[in-house]
Write a protein that binds this ligand. Structure first.
Ligand code: SF4
Length: 365
């Protein structure tokens, strides 16, 4: 009767403790039990309660009556010629979610999703053309990392681990799923488990101003803003949430973000769209807009998809734009397009999950 059992993945320590007490598995004073289970789960990455060998056989048997460690199923794994790997994960409710691993010379980044689909319809983003299906639970977010580590043989945590950074840049707007994303970050950064510093976790938002400030006070990861335009008229078109939270409010929230006040950089993501936002006048406006904010600007060559409404700026124009920003004192790396051949590049996530869901529903009819 697996489905009646509670999955331990995604519970925080307090929840786990309360449940163990409620099921009469531990006494309130036996805190060390939580520590033991946590260590097996998030340091060693065990997939079976029987593998928690420092627990007595009887305790493991009792745990198995109420709990499971089950991960969602891996539906598909695709490898790009550049080393990027995309996983399509089938959740327990049948929904599909995409997670991408991007290996680089000195780090490995896991791009996780926070929602299935998205409500925000950013015009350059393929995911935005898929309607919102649901917010992911903490278990579903944390499981993306667990599966990636399983697939990469990246347990236990050590100095040479493959996944060194996490970015919330997959499907969805993470600040619209605030509580589950926050709890996931707490699990990712717990020093007795996965141990990823919040300095290595980036939350990327399209600009949900009230939650940016709350996030800064409560969690304070690295912040990335999906900016893409320097005036409200154009940003209303490219990132429509701008109509609700216009640029002046967004930029003020960046100035007030605790990390920014401590001189730590905010990343501004700027997708390069030919003839739309890539002129030198735009570069000048960008420098003036973020003046005084410790910042880095990631220039992202637009990744087209079938019927996408934009074209990517030329390399020459991207270079000129980047040089202007650099000369103004801001780092402005051009983000290498990764995983384009498997539709895993920035803004491209969607196709497989939607295609597969459509085929499943056709088969079910
Ligand atoms: S860029 Fe992010 S917030 Fe905008 S539509 Fe795509 S997934 Fe949603």
């Amino acid at each position: 009767m697996t489905d009646l059992k509670t999955n331990i993945i995604g519970l925080d320590r307090e929840q786990l403790k309360s449940l163990l007490i409620e099921f009469n598995l531990i006494k309130p004073s036996e805190k060390f039990r939580i520590k033991q289970i946590w260590h097996w789960l998030y340091f060693h990455g065990v997939t079976d309660i029987d593998h928690m060998t420092s627990l007595s056989i009887r305790f493991r048997e009792d745990l198995k009556k109420f709990f499971t460690l089950q991960r969602p199923k891996l539906n598909k794994e695709q490898h790009s010629s550049d080393g990027t790997i995309k996983w399509l994960i089938k959740l327990a409710d049948g929904n599909l979610v995409e997670t991408v691993y991007i290996p680089e010379e000195n780090r490995g980044t896991l791009c996780v999703s926070s929602q299935v689909g998205c409500t925000l319809n950013c015009k350059f983003c393929h995911t935005g053309t898929q309607r919102l299906v649901k917010n992911l639970s903490t278990e579903e977010i944390v499981s993306q990392l667990m599966i990636a580590r399983d697939q990469l043989s990246d347990w236990p945590t050590n100095e040479n681990r493959k996944i060194s950074n996490i970015v919330f840049m997959g499907m969805g707007e993470p600040l619209y799923n605030y509580d589950s994303v926050k709890k996931s970050v707490q699990i990712f950064s717990d020093q007795e488990g996965i141990k990823l510093s919040t300095k290595r976790i980036t939350l990327s938002t399209s600009g949900i101003v009230p939650q940016i400030l709350e996030w800064g006070k409560e969690v304070d990861t690295v912040l990335a803003i999906s900016l893409h335009a320097t005036n409200d008229e154009l940003r209303n078109e490219i990132v429509p949430i701008n109509k609700k939270y216009p640029l002046d409010e967004l930029i003020q929230a960046c100035r007030d973000y605790p990390r920014s006040r401590n001189s730590r950089r905010i990343t501004f993501e700027y997708v390069m769209l030919k003839g739309v936002n890539d002129s030198l006048a735009d570069a000048k406006a960008l420098v003036s807009l973020i003046s005084g904010i410790p910042a880095k600007i990631n220039l992202i060559p637009f990744n087209p998809w079938p019927d996408s409404p934009y074209e990517c700026s030329s390399n020459n124009q991207i270079k000129k734009f980047g040089d202007f920003i650099n000369d103004a004192g801001y780092s402005s790396p051009v983000r290498k397009t990764r995983g384009q051949d498997i539709m895993a590049a920035c803004g491209q996530l969607k196709s497989d999950s939607v295609k597969i869901r459509k085929s499943i529903s056709r088969l079910q009819k």
